[in-house]
Design a protein around this ligand. Structure first.
Ligand code: UDP
Length: 250
C-alpha cells in the first residue's frame, strides 16, 4: 500500500484545488439502502488518484442513501427534525469514506458542521484550508448544519469558501441531459451550459440555491458520472464525458 505524503505537492493540472460532491446515493452501489463498501472503495480509489496528481481535494458527502429529511416530513415528521437526521446520516457516510481512504494511505480529516467532538473536528474554515495545504483530504459532513438545505448547496458554499477552482458534481450519469437518459433513449447531453441555462430550463442537476451560489462566486460546476472508475482524474485533465456549467457557453 503506497502512503501519500501529507505535504502539499506541486500540481501541473488545470486545477489547484477541487471540491468533489459525492451523493449518498452514489455510495449505495446496487443496494436499495445504506453503504456498499466495495463501491465506497472504488470512489475512494478515484479520490486517491486526484490527490496523487498534487491537486488539493475536499469532499462534500450526502446522506440520501440513509435518510432524507423530506421523506421523513412526508411521513409526518417535523421537517426540521427530519433534516437533522439527514445531516447525521452524512456524518456516517463521511466516516466511512475517511476510513477507507486512510486504509489506502491517504490522510484525511472529517469536519462536521454539527459539532461532535468525539467523532470528528468541527467545521472551521481556516482549519479546513490548512488541512488541504498539508495534503489532507477534507471531508465536509453535516451539510451546512441547518435544516431546509441540501448537501448540493453545501457543496457550492464550501467550494466558494475554500476558493476551489471547480465543483465536481458526481452523478449517476455522465452529465446533464435535456431529459432523464435512463427513461428516454433520445435524451441529449449538454457539453456546456451557463448557470442561467440551468435555472431557466429548470434542469434537475442541483437545486437552485446551489446553482445561484456557484454563479455568484464564479465556481465552474463539472457534472460527471461517479460510477466510471478513473473519471475524476480524467475530468480534471479535461478528458472523458462531462457537462461544464459556468458563466459562458463555449
Ligand atoms: N440536510 C440538511 N441541511 C443541509 C444538508 C443536508 O437539512 O445543509 C439534510 C436533508 O434532510 C437532506 C439530508 O440531509 O435530505 C441528506 O442530504 P442530501 O439529500 O443533500 O444528500 P444526497 O442527495 O447528496 O445524498
Amino acid at each position: 500500500m503506497t502512503a501519500i505524503s501529507a505535504t502539499a505537492k506541486t500540481t501541473h493540472t488545470r486545477f489547484r484545488r477541487v471540491l468533489i460532491k459525492v451523493s449518498g446515493e452514489a455510495l449505495m452501489g446496487d443496494k436499495p439502502y445504506g453503504q456498499d463498501l466495495d463501491t465506497i472503495q472504488r470512489i475512494a480509489a478515484d479520490l486517491k488518484s486526484v490527490v496523487a496528481l498534487g491537486v488539493e481535494v475536499c469532499v462534500v458527502v450526502g446522506g440520501g442513501n440513509i435518510f432524507r429529511g423530506i421523506s421523513g416530513a412526508a411521513k409526518g415528521m417535523e421537517r426540521a427534525s427530519a433534516d437533522y437526521m439527514g445531516m447525521l446520516a452524512t456524518v456516517l457516510n463521511g466516516l466511512a469514506i475517511q476510513n477507507i481512504l486512510e486504509g489506502m494511505g491517504v490522510p484525511t480529516r472529517v469536519l462536521s458542521a454539527i459539532e461532535m467532538q468525539q467523532v470528528c473536528e468541527p467545521y472551521i474554515r481556516r482549519r479546513a484550508l490548512r488541512h488541504m495545504e498539508k495534503g489532507r483530504v477534507v471531508i465536509f459532513a453535516g451539510g451546512i448544519g441547518s435544516p431546509y438545505f441540501t448537501t448540493d448547496t453545501t457543496a457550492a458554499l464550501r467550494a466558494s469558501e475554500m476558493q476551489c477552482d471547480a465543483l465536481m458534481k458526481g452523478t449517476q450519469v455522465d452529465g446533464v441531459y435535456d431529459a432523464d437518459p435512463k427513461k428516454n433513449p433520445n435524451a441529449t447531453r449538454f457539453e456546456h451550459l451557463t448557470y442561467h441555462d440551468v435555472l431557466s430550463k429548470d434542469l434537475k442537476v442541483m437545486d437552485a440555491a446551489a446553482i445561484s451560489l456557484a454563479r455568484e462566486n464564479h465556481i465552474p460546476i463539472l457534472v460527471f458520472s461517479i460510477h466510471e472508475p478513473g473519471n475524476c482524474v480524467r475530468i480534471i485533465n479535461g478528458e472523458g464525458k462531462f457537462t461544464t456549467i459556468s458563466d459562458i457557453r463555449n
